[in-house]
Design a protein around this ligand. Structure first.
Ligand code: PAF
Length: 287
């Protein structure tokens, strides 16, 4: 595997490969790699000639400085995982390389898509995500960009961004990878207490039950309220939001019939760790 820290050297290398007609897949990450990231890299390798994985803990997307401080950094293990996956290129830039002083990032119009859920509870978070993904895509200029469904609102915004950029890059969204007990993989899971780790799979179980509750007569609002109540029953669990939304616009819906694509998204605090998860309830199922 080749490791680049310099933007210029990476770009020179990729330009040569592009001229040879090779297709480039790109999986941006913040490190602390797990099987979820591995699934992005495996798919990128299958669908392209070269996979570029970036590891960059982006300071601008952490609305809580404590979260940035505590974010797991596992450089040695990450490199071993990437070598085992036979990933071709690792881009491991410094903050100054990603954000040079004269950098200009265009503004994008996301309408209401970035105002709800994560956008509402993590002010500024998506500004940082869009900024870094724009910059990384501009550096790598991939044919395909690989992101996980777990960050549903994140990939939806990036899809809008790519459309507005009229980028040649195609977004490929990969399904959520779960532990055998259902817990969605996350770099933050390693910080769960043993008790909370044991309880955490209930989040996915509750989300998966929503379709049955609605089929059995609950309205969307009633089903959301019941799910929030179930989550709140668990000691040390505090749901921040749980919303059944249109999967395209991420706006709340009142009836399942109102959309061909319905997803339930949630963020739940467990102690000082915030877990997010989602389940597609209707249409285009990946999980
Ligand atoms: O999903 C993530 O890990 C990050 O938000 C991303 C897309 C790598 C941007 O820093």
């Amino acid at each position: 595997m080749l490791l680049f820290k310099s933007v210029e050297l990476l770009q020179n290398f990729l330009q040569k490969k592009r001229k040879e007609g090779l297709r480039i897949g790109f999986a941006p990450t913040m490190g602390a790699l797990h099987r979820g990231h591995a699934s992005l890299i495996k798919k990128a390798k299958l669908e392209n000639d070269i996979c570029v994985c970036s590891i960059f803990v982006n300071p601008t997307q952490f609305n809580d400085p404590k979260d940035l401080e505590k974010y797991p950094r596992t450089e040695g293990e990450d490199i071993k995982i990437l070598v085992d996956l036979e990933n071709e290129v690792l881009f491991y830039p410094t903050v100054d390389a990603v954000y040079p002083k004269d950098l200009q990032i265009p503004t994008f119009d996301f309408g209401q898509v970035d105002k709800v859920m994560e956008g509402k509870f993590r002010p500024g978070h998506f500004d940082g995500v869009v900024e870094v993904v724009y910059r990384l895509v501009d550096i790598v200029q991939p044919d395909r960009l690989y992101m996980g469904q777990k960050d549903f609102q994140q990939f939806t915004l990036i899809q809008h961004m790519l459309q507005q950029m009229q980028a040649k890059t195609k977004l490929v969204v990969c399904p959520i990878i779960r532990e055998p007990d259902g817990l969605a993989l996350s770099s933050r899971n390693v910080r769960l207490t043993p008790e909370n780790r044991e309880r955490a799979p209930s989040i996915a179980k509750i989300l998966q039950q929503l379709n049955d509750w609605i089929a059995n007569g609950l309205s969307i609002k009633e089903a959301e309220t019941k799910a929030i109540a179930e989550l709140s029953k668990m000691p040390d669990f505090r749901p921040e939001y749980l919303e059944i939304v249109d999967g395209h616009t991420l706006q709340p819906i009142e009836k399942m019939e109102a959309s061909d694509y319905v997803v339930v998204c949630t963020a739940v605090w467990t102690g000082d760790i915030r877990l997010i998860d989602n389940v597609i309830l209707k249409g285009n199922k990946r999980n």
